[in-house]
Ligand binder design. Sequence first.
Ligand SMILES: Nc1ncnc2c1ncn2[C@@H]1O[C@H](COP(=O)(O)OP(=O)(O)OP(=O)(O)O)[C@@H](O)[C@H]1O
Length: 656
Amino acid sequence: MAVLEKGNITIHTENIFPIIKKSLYTDHEIFLRELISNAVDAISKRKMAAFASDGAQEVPDPQITLVVDKANKTLSITDNGIGMTVDEVKKYINQVAFSSAEEFIEKFQKSANDLIGHFGLGFYSAFMVSQKVEIDTLSYQEGAQAVHWSCDGSPEFELTDSDRQQVGTTVTLTLLDDEQEYLEAGRIRQLVKTYSDFMAVPIRFEGETLNKQRAIWKESPQNLTKEDYLEFYRYLYPFQEDPLLWVHLNTDYPFLLNGILYFPKLRPDVDVSKGQIKLFCNQVFVSDHCEEVIPEFLMPLRGVIDSPDIPLNVSRSALTNHRTVRRIADYIAKKVGDRLKSLYDENPEEYLKCWEDIGTFVKFGSLREDKFKQQVEDLLLYRTTYKAEVTEPKVEVLTEDGDAWSDAQQDDGVNPYEKEGYTSLKRYLARNKERHENRVFYCTDQSTQATYVELYKNQGIEVLFMDSFIDTNYFIPFLEKEYSDVKFSRVDSELDQSLIEEDKASDIVDPATNKSRSEQIKEIFEKALNNPNINIKTQSLKSDDPQSTPPAMVLLPEAMRRLQEMTAMMQQQAMAFPEQHVLAINTNHPLIQNILSLSQGSIVTGSGESPSAELAKSLCQHVYDLALMAQKGFDAEGMKGFIERSNAVLTRLTKQ
Ligand SMILES: Nc1ncnc2c1ncn2[C@@H]1O[C@H](COP(=O)(O)OP(=O)(O)OP(=O)(O)O)[C@@H](O)[C@H]1O
């Protein structure tokens, strides 16, 4: 074996080997990713060369083979790629590879462990785990001489002839004593799965192919089926529910970017602050966390993004401010918005199916990013008490920026979302302009606010259900800021003028006391409840059938309730029922009128109140209990009291 050359590798840093070995401590495992990537590159170069020679050269099926030799403590990576000539080894290994390693180390030393992918150390990363690295290679070029390069981790190398017959390269690592884990089959499999799963060349080890190879995000969306996307998702996130929808990113200008982002079905126990999107660079896995590249509000998404234009050897903080990265983030947000818009326009059924799950996400995005908000503004849906009937005439919406609605109209002229009981805010406001301009009535809890909703519905007033956490705590205040004329009132905050009529009871004055009936009712209740925190108001609810309206309702004024909600949220507690609240007594209701008569008919005796006055008092209490129950239900103590009082009332009523 002729020694072709012995020499020193030219390096400028004192000696990079100790640095490679020690400083890159945490990430030793990436050596395999780097060597496999080189092998894949060599294979595609060979393909290109064959292509250029118009098929004059035959190219074998591409393959990378990993072999472990435990006795000799070696791990080798063999490819049937382009190979290297002596001159190429001298140039690419001794010079190029080293100088890029040097550059990398310089950067690395500056930003320590902060680098996102530890990319670009390339071939020399092999020295992190090896006491000796050998290259055995034969170039594809005709008449090339196979060469053997060997280096023991000092800047000295040796280059000799080799008797290799097959075109390609084998890199053999004699592992350091404390790096023996890389002789374990399980570890090798795990590394290939993690980093090189989507490399387009089969990676063979102990008789099997370890990698999946197919990177569908690099393929054209036209060639992919729904099943392809689902299968890929299930592969990336096994044992998870299927995603709701996905966006295929595919651009080559002004940066190269491919990827697929999925909207998962969010489970409450998933921590969405930790991104689950995988970052790749030319199909090589880089990181599970790419918070710096993805806009924060897109963090709940899953999937893959792959871009060689994301700089990987800068610190994470530098990455956030990097111009290309910011543009990529904007691009991704825009594409997500576009996808939602097209689904909204083209497939209302599918959009609605997803809405309950993606609604929070879309709202959060709107809160966070103005551009995104503008994009999805008209796609935000609210469940409503209004339901468009197919026979109804089309609602004309006059919005400043045109009728964004028309695209979603269907043949029958009825908005498909309204047919299903959903509306946009714009449509709600337009529809109710005549009756309550710029007022939105909403409900946050369908069961505890059912009485109120019913009351509004019966009077033909439309109520929106805004019952998610984000609605009550963030989104309503946000919408009020955005649309400064619009005010939101929860159905139980006050009784809108349109629900009440002139209180006849206030006109009827009792000559004996000089008090109106309303004042008397108020007094009876005040006395019976004897609680200064309850502000009693008398009002007359509009209805053709007063018996069907509630006799009394507990009201929590909007501003006061919101303040309490906010305080509770900041203290991370559930909001306690406000001590101070309004009790609106419906003077129109027969029960209230009966209580008044009962109370007036009572004779005050010397020893206290007459039985009918006492009954009236108990009934007042009962009316209040029922109003409270309709508002919030009872706690244990409240329930006990309520049952006791109810039994007492019933006993009294059945006494005769
Ligand atoms: N298996 C191989 N077959 C053929 N040539 C190789 C092989 N491995 C390395 N080389 C050559 O050595 C050069 C240096 O490799 P190295 O991995 O250090 O850097 P790189 O691949 O050019 O860049 P990167 O920093 O992205 O890894 C390569 O550009 C290539 O020309």
